[in-house]
Design a protein around this ligand. Sequence first.
Ligand code: CDP
Ligand code: MG
Length: 150
Amino acid sequence: MAVEKTFVMIKPDGIQREIAGEIISRFERKGLKLVGMKMIKMSREKAETHYGEHKGKGFYDELIAFITSGPVILSVWEGLEAIKIVRKVVGATSPDKAEPGTIRGDFVLCTTFNVVHASDSGETAKKEISHFFEDNEIFDYSLPLGEFLQ
Ligand code: CDP
Ligand code: MG
């Protein structure tokens, strides 16, 4: 098992619904380490690159309009198997498949407005982190019990 970094975005609806703290807290409680964070209003260009794989799909235009509609919180989390673990904490894309106890299972009814994005593979995580963060915006620090927890 390897220590990995992954990218998480709290979408505009997560901020509008005032559950950003709740979402961040779920990753902290899981034992993941927050190593980068900022709030931005996403440009159309950044949004189109980020969601490039979905271009041409029926939901694409609405997704781009939604993600650029208000501020988002970008973050990078580190931990053992962080990419897979974060996706589990987030829950399935489809609201009827997202299990209770996951973020989407507990807070989401609509597939588009699903409060959080998380990288889905090692390759995507690398790409998404460097798309939104400079190297000097990612922090390397220890937690008091870090060596026992990882
Ligand atoms: O976010 P995730 O990786 O779980 O799902 P995705 O399949 O990569 O889709 C990206 C985003 O597009 C989702 O999080 C939804 O916000 C949106 N989407 C949608 O509006 N309608 C769909 N049928 C599928 C995805
Ligand atoms: Mg995805």
